[in-house]
Design a protein. Structure first.
Ligand code: 6R9
Length: 668
């Protein structure tokens, strides 16, 4: 399987059974911060009080202390046109200047920015001075391709230093980028390029995946075929030396254009609210949403959270976030936050099991990684592979661990801490979203007594509540409700690209305009910790990647043999959730059993990307629907998870579920 932040191998082995009884084991653990962390951590208890007494003054201080402004702002927050926020009004800064130039100017040009590790073992060490030169060269090249402030640039690249240089070059020019995950298909690429009206695409011939060259440029060619495209130029990095088709006048090799550019480029200050990037994410309808973020607020909060939550000390730490840059985590916690802080980090191109299942731990040992930020789906896979694999490596450099993307179950949490964190590293379970831009709910390593499985409390500066069905906040433990955010925050999305109405409707209408509706279920425990319980809308979370049921359903019905489709996310031991589809074939279309199912699975992979490929497709005679025609996915989920089917009384035809189940038992 592959996902947006890491690619994992399918594996049928049974997970390791935790050797102790979980809850008694938990009770014995001391999960309060060590004295060492308390003394040295960046994030302190005082921040909570400071932020609470005057949140705007708190954020203004973070903005001024963490970033370099060309022009100071005169108003911290303008919320007069809520829910459209303006932060740091009147301020000007350049994001690329903040992420590279100023570190060089401060005398830290020789500090390593990136320890790049290619899948095949090729390495590159990029210092801040070199990164500044790379970014300037890329910026000059983009200018030569006709890019100017406000133009959009699509980026479809592997995890290589050029990807980071390109993102920062765009930021330098004020040309918002739209990074599209390298695992997405030509079709997904086309819709995203067209929605953002990108003028330039930056891609590579291919990327290394499990020892093989996986093509990238052919998908770009396919996405742009037909002529009706906003794209004028395609800039191509040579990574795998694969044969590629070439469109003269449109396609340009990176080494021909970028390498010879000047390393001088003056970064122009941008308004604090100038758009920095667009990133597409799944919503409840089939059409992906272009979430867009702006300059000052986004950089303030990513830098702040990377410092206080990951506890980054740029002079001494080696930080590694394993996300793909095509995911928001890669944007905020590989590119913008850590580079704004001047951190040294690892950038790894490949998969965790190439050439062997200890690859990550070998990298940790080699670079003495001290902070590791990854996703529960990866941790669960490593659990399956067995603790003897990390045990072969020296992981003693690790002092802080992080988790993001979905709830981390206590078993995985304990395994992570014990086998990767030497039984002592704190785990920060960080809840946030593409929309929030940066971490919102998380423990702080030097402050919080940890609670495995819970993201715990909003960080200083952030306020969250849990509401019941009527929109009333409550605090009683174990009651399930909806997570909302009650105050604007600097790195909040500024909208959905080209669709302000959808922004208001999706996030600010469910419980009125006072509350940002996150789409996640949540509850409190007796200690007041927040537990996130997964999506409440029609969005699935597969390996930490958001997929909409509607998007996959429309991919299925675009196949000539499918009349109707319903998709649900079923619990899956490794990927959190897995895609399970129910389809009705068209009259005349023959059911060739496995062959039909395979064809449909491949069709979804082609339309959306391998990540969306259903784990299972069941051909059914009918779908369960309410009288108003809404598919009752809840019932299908019962089937997909092998449970007794729940209440069917609101079905228009209550015999449908019997029909579906009879059909399925006949097949098996
Ligand atoms: C950063 C990122 C957002 C959705 C979010 C929630 C889930 C993320 C989580 C978590 C529980 C955590 N999620 N982190 N759930 N605990 N620590 O993942 O962004 O791809 O937009 O997904 O992921 O459901 O609403 P994005």
């Amino acid at each position: 399987m592959s996902c947006c932040h890491i690619t994992l191998a399918p594996n049928d082995e049974e997970p390791e059974v935790p050797d102790e009884n979980l809850s008694s084991h938990l009770a014995e653990l001391d999960l309060s911060p060590s004295e060492e962390l308390k003394a040295q951590a960046v994030g302190t208890e005082d921040l909570f009080a400071e932020a609470e007494s005057d949140p705007e003054a708190f954020w203004a201080r973070q903005a001024r202390e963490r970033l370099t402004w060309s022009k100071d702002f005169d108003q911290t927050l303008d919320w007069s046109e809520a829910p459209f926020a303006k932060w740091f009004v009147g301020g000007e800064l350049n994001v690329a200047h903040n992420c590279v130039d100023r570190h060089v100017e401060a005398g830290n040009g020789d500090r390593v920015a990136l320890h790049f590790e290619g899948e095949g073992g090729d390495t590159r060490t990029v210092t801040y001075a070199q990164l500044k030169d790379d970014v300037c060269r890329a910026a000059n090249a983009l200018v030569e391709l006709g890019v100017s402030k406000g133009d959009r640039v699509a980026i479809y690249l592997p995890m290589i230093p050029e990807a980071i240089a390109t993102m920062l070059a765009c930021a330098r020019l004020g040309a918002p980028h739209s990074v599209i995950f390298g695992g997405f298909s030509a079709e997904a690429l086309r819709t995203r390029i067209n929605d953002a009206e990108a003028r330039v695409v930056v891609t590579a011939d291919g990327q290394w995946r499990r020892g093989k060259a996986a093509p990238l440029k052919p998908a770009v060619d396919e996405a742009l075929a037909g002529g009706d495209t906003p794209v004028e130029k395609v800039l191509v990095v040579k990574r795998t030396e694969s044969e590629v088709e070439w469109t003269d006048g449109r396609d340009v090799w990176w080494h021909d254009l970028v390498d010879g550019q000047s390393t001088e480029h003056t970064a122009e200050p941008m308004d604090a609210e100038h758009p920095l990037f667009i990133l597409y994410t799944s919503g409840t309808t089939g059409k992906p949403k272009g979430i867009f973020h702006t300059t000052g607020g986004y950089l303030t909060q990513t830098a702040y959270t990377n410092a206080v939550v990951h506890d980054v000390h740029p002079e001494t730490d080696v930080y590694w976030c394993t996300a793909d840059i095509g995911w928001v985590t890669g944007h905020s916690y590989i590119v913008y936050g850590p580079l704004a802080n001047g951190a040294t980090q690892v950038l790894y191109e490949g998969t965790p099991d190439t050439p062997h299942q200890g690859r990550w731990w070998e990298i940790v040992e080699k670079y003495k990684v001290s902070i590791l930020y990854t996703a529960p789906t990866a941790i669960r896979t490593f659990m399956k592979w067995g603790s003897d694999i990390p045990a072969k490596f020296d992981l003693s450099s690790i002092r802080v661990l992080g988790s993001v993307g979905e709830p981390i179950n206590p078993e995985a949490w304990l395994w992570y801490r014990k086998n990767i964190g030497g039984d002592k590293a704190p785990i920060v379970d960080t809840w946030w979203q593409t929309e929030t831009g940066a971490i919102m709910i998380s423990p702080l390593p030097g402050v919080t007594t940890l609670e495995p499985g819970s993201a715990q409390r909003p960080i200083p500066g952030i306020s969250a509540e849990i509401l019941d069905d009527e929109g009333k906040p409550f605090t009683e433990p174990d009651k399930v409700g909806y997570l909302v955010l009650t105050q604007p925050w600097p790195s909040m999305l500024r909208g959905i690209w080209g669709d302000p109405e959808r922004y208001k409707e999706t996030y600010w209408s469910r419980f009125g305009e006072k509350y940002y509706f996150a789409g996640d279920g949540a509850k409190y425990d007796e200690k007041g910790n927040i537990w996130l319980l997964g999506r409440v809308d029609d969005v699935m979370n597969v390996s930490g990647h958001r997929l909409s049921t509607a998007e996959i359903e429309s991919a299925l019905v675009s196949h000539p043999s499918v009349a109707e489709a319903a998709v649900v996310g079923a619990t899956d031991e490794t990927t959190g959730q897995a895609v399970v589809a129910f389809v009705i074939l068209r009259g005349g279309a023959e059911d060739h059993g496995d062959q039909t199912v395979q064809e449909l699975r491949n069709h979804v992979a082609k339309e959306i990307g391998p990540i969306a490929k259903p784990r299972q497709i069941m051909v059914v005679p009918e779908l369960p629907k309410t009288r108003s025609g809404k598919i009752m996915r809840r019932l299908l989920k019962d089937v997909a998870e092998n449970r007794e089917v729940g209440d069917v009384t609101t079905l228009a035809d209550s015999s449908v579920m019997n029909l579906i189940q009879q059909g399925l038992s006949k097949d098996s």
